[in-house]
Design a binder for this molecule. Structure first.
Ligand code: UDP
Length: 249
């Protein structure tokens, strides 16, 4: 934690962590469609977030933009890379607003906080202000990635988790942890209970991109990989149950 970070409020007895980062990909919001936002899926994930919020856990979120636009795809089609990346970052703002709308309809107060200022739409990122929102139990949805091209929202999630002094990064995926090979293709794939940052990097285990893993390693923030499709999965882990993999130091 940075020396000038504000002190955290007292710990929550039921939950294993007091402040966490939840990272989900944009694709997690597209449900059975091949593109864009699927409102019932957004609502289902918002409900999971609310159930953890109800435990008193302070929640940061980063949502990717891959359901709308990815910079690499744009540049593969001839678009200038940095422009394409800015379009990807803007896509994450749309996803963040959709999640905000769904959470607030359930009575959860939120802030969308963008790395690229767009005052009419959401707040600009100011670290101390974001910390204050968390202390007031507002879910902070960090949008527009890091604000820089050539990065990903995995790196943005790790960066903000470090800045917000999150105790863990929850990476919601389609499977319930990290496997030695793709469990969808190989039925004999083995799931790790725990795996180190270095093993993830050396074996290219594909948890998050390498810069995100290295940033988590530098600050020793555990990454908990779990299935977003498991009902109550996020809350279960906070309560000490469920199947997942911890990436650690
Ligand atoms: N992006 C970027 N800088 C960042 C974060 C994201 O340029 O700090 C762009 C990049 O083009 C990326 C897109 O935003 O492809 C969407 O983010 P990402 O691919 O991480 O989304 P996800 O795969 O998690 O849905």
């Amino acid at each position: 934690m940075a020396a000038d970070a504000e002190p955290l409020s007292p710990p929550v007895p039921e939950a294993k962590f007091k402040r966490v980062m939840l990272k989900i990909s944009g694709e997690a919001l597209m449900g059975p469609q091949g593109f864009g936002l699927h409102p019932p899926t957004v609502e289902r994930i918002a409900r999971e977030v609310k159930s953890v919020h109800d435990l008193g856990v302070e929640i940061c979120m980063v949502i990717g933009g891959g359901n709308i636009f990815r910079g690499l795809q744009g540049s593969a089609q001839g678009m200038e890379r940095t422009t394409a990346d800015y379009m990807g970052m803007l896509a994450t703002v749309m996803n963040a607003l959709a999640m905000q709308s769904s959470l607030e309809a359930m009575g959860v107060f939120t802030r969308v906080i963008s790395a690229i200022p767009m005052d009419q739409v959401c707040e600009p990122y100011i670290r101390r202000r974001a910390v204050r929102h968390l202390e007031k139990k507002r879910v902070c949805i960090f949008a527009a990635g890091t604000g820089n091209p050539y990065f990903t929202t995995d790196t943005a999630a790790t960066l903000r988790a470090n800045e917000m002094a999150c105790q863990a990064i929850f990476k919601g995926t389609k499977v319930d942890g990290v496997y030695d090979k793709d469990p969808v293709k190989y039925p004999d794939a083995k799931r790790f209970e725990r795996v180190s940052y270095d093993e993830v990097l050396a074996q290219h285990l594909g948890v998050m991109d390498a810069s995100a893993i290295a940033l988590a390693r530098d600050n020793n923030v555990p990454i908990i990989v779990f299935s977003l499709d498991e009902p109550d999965g996020f809350r279960g882990i906070l309560a000490g149950q469920g199947t997942y993999t911890t990436v650690h130091g």
